[in-house]
Design a protein around this ligand. Structure first.
Ligand code: ADP
Length: 186
C-alpha cells in the first residue's frame, strides 16, 4: 500500500527491516546503543560488528542516546547505506510523555536522514515491541509525524517505508494510512 504526500511516497510492507535496500533503516535501539533484542538484535546480527563499533564510538564521544534522540552509523553488511538508531519511550500508561518522545524519535530520525541526504528511509514500529507502546496509538504518531515532516520538507525524501513484522501490525498501519489518505483528500 502507498500514499503520495507531495513528492514522497509513504509505503507499507510486511517483512524484515534488515533486508531493505534503502538509504537508511531506522533501529529501535535502547539508550545504551549497545544492542538489545527485537529489531535491534536483528540489525546487529545481520549487519555485523561494524555497527556496534560505531555505536561504541558515538557513546564514547557523546554518552548515551536519550529517548527521542537519534544517531546514524554505518550499516555494516546490510544492504542499506546507513542505520539511524533512535530510542523510543517505554510505555508507562501514556501520561509520562510517551507520545511526545515517540514523535521526537520519528522526527529526529528524519532530521538525521535529511542532514545526510538519505532520501529513502525505512522504519520499524518503534516502541511497540518490548517497550509496550500500544500499536493502535503509536501508528498515528508515526504517520502524522511523517506527514508533517514531509510537508515541511517536500523535496527531502523519495520514500518513507514502514516495515511491519506481523500481519496484524501491517493491517493496523494500513487502516491508519487509509484514514490519513481520506483526510488528505478532504
Ligand atoms: P521496542 O523496544 O522499541 O519496542 P522492539 O524491537 O522490541 O522495539 O519491537 C519493535 C517492533 O519491531 C515490534 O513490532 C517487533 O515485532 C518488530 N520487529 C522485530 N524484529 C524486526 C525485524 N527484523 N524487522 C522489522 N520489524 C521487527
Amino acid at each position: 500500500m502507498q500514499v503520495l504526500i507531495g513528492n514522497t511516497r509513504v509505503t507499507l510492507v510486511q517483512g524484515d527491516i534488515t533486508t531493505q535496500s534503502v538509504d537508511a533503516i531506522v533501529n529501535a535501539a535502547n539508550s545504551s546503543l549497545l544492542g538489545g533484542g527485537g529489531v535491534d538484535g536483528a540489525i546487529h546480527r545481520a549487519g555485523g560488528p561494524a555497527i556496534l563499533d560505531a555505536c561504541r564510538d558515538i557513546r564514547a564521544e557523546q554518552g548515551e542516546c536519550a529517548p527521542g534522540n537519534a544517531v546514524a552509523t554505518t550499516a555494516g553488511n546490510l544492504p542499506a547505506k546507513r542505520v539511524i538508531h533512535t530510542v523510543g519511550p517505554v510505555w508507562r500508561g501514556g501520561h509520562k510523555g510517551e507520545f511526545v518522545i515517540l514523535e521526537s524519535a520519528y522526527a529526529t530520525s528524519l532530521t538525521v536522514a535529511m542532514k545526510e541526504e538519505l532520501r529513502t528511509v525505512a522504519f520499524p514500529s518503534i516502541s511497540t515491541g518490548a517497550y509496550g507502546f500500544p500499536i493502535d496509538r503509536a501508528v498515528f504518531v508515526a504517520l502524522q509525524t511523517t506527514q508533517r515532516t514531509v510537508r515541511k520538507n517536500p523535496d527531502a525524501f523519495d520514500e518513507i517505508r514502514f516495515v511491519l513484522f506481523s500481519d496484524a501490525d501491517l493491517l493496523t498501519y494500513a487502516t491508519a494510512l487509509e484514514d490519513v489518505r481520506k483526510t488528505m483528500m478532504g
